[in-house]
Ligand binder design. Sequence first.
Ligand code: ZN
Length: 329
Amino acid sequence: MSLYADLHRHLGGALHPRIIYKFLQRQDHKILGYFPDYNGFYNWFTRPCRTLDEFVKIHTLVEELQSIEHLPYFCLRLCRGAYLFENLQYLELRYNPYFRTSHNLTVNQRIKQMQEIIDVITVNLRPAEYPIIVKQILCLDRRLPNSINEAILKVAVKNIGPVVGIDLAGPEIEPQKWETWVKFLGKARASGLKTTCHLGETSIDNVYTQYFNVLDRIGHGIHIPLVKPALLKELAKKQITLEVCPTSYKQTGVLKDFEELKLVFSRCRKAQVSIAVCTDNPGRNPSPCTLPGEYERLIDADVIDFTELRHIQRESFRAAFGFIGTPLI
Ligand SMILES: [Zn+2]
């Protein structure tokens, strides 16, 4: 049996809609007023969105459910599914710790509570019966003030070990603020963290080459090969891996068809830019969306062939931020 590594998966989008629905039932949550049966909820939760903004709104709802007391419930189920149904040997899970703190606290109290959030997640990502290795990437967010992002970076550095990297997430707004983000990412790297950043997902607008000096990987970045392939040389030189999440682009309205990824893969292949295939928000995609399923879809659409499959599978382990050991491919 072949095992896999997934490097780009959000805690808020990782869970099967059935698990979320059961959780809402247990809580007798008010949102069930809109969705008296599971099918209605499932269709709403997994429907393709027109824009990334629209997609992020539902993500925010799940983030709010994943408060400190409920995180063990979600973490255990997430590891179980990834191990049993996806054959994942290694997973890098990303989340914003601030968004999971209690909303009734002051900003300062919420900042302090981030450490507890990380502690709870760390403990609950190691269920003995599902021996998958899960490392954490903490997300900064383009919508948050610098002071909170600064605090997220600080708590990430303090938790190096279970936390292996920093990401910049949230809707792709205010591209002109690139200098701020490059500074944050540079600081993260200087402190011993690896770095990735949601960039070039919906357009090329926020892709500034200065990012390339401070990144180990790019979350998506598909608009680089699609719109500015000349920049690929720079990515190859700096050995930056692109995290490509096929189904996600259909769900967020970025691409219409998997076939559009042919150009992404062929241009990266030619420029020797490596790609890791990832899932992003598998729980938000129509079931079953698993990492092996993403590989299958790429083969189905003739984006890659079986020889390349092995190579890309291996690439995910090689580009991982915290994997030590031998990939069981
Ligand atoms: Zn993402």
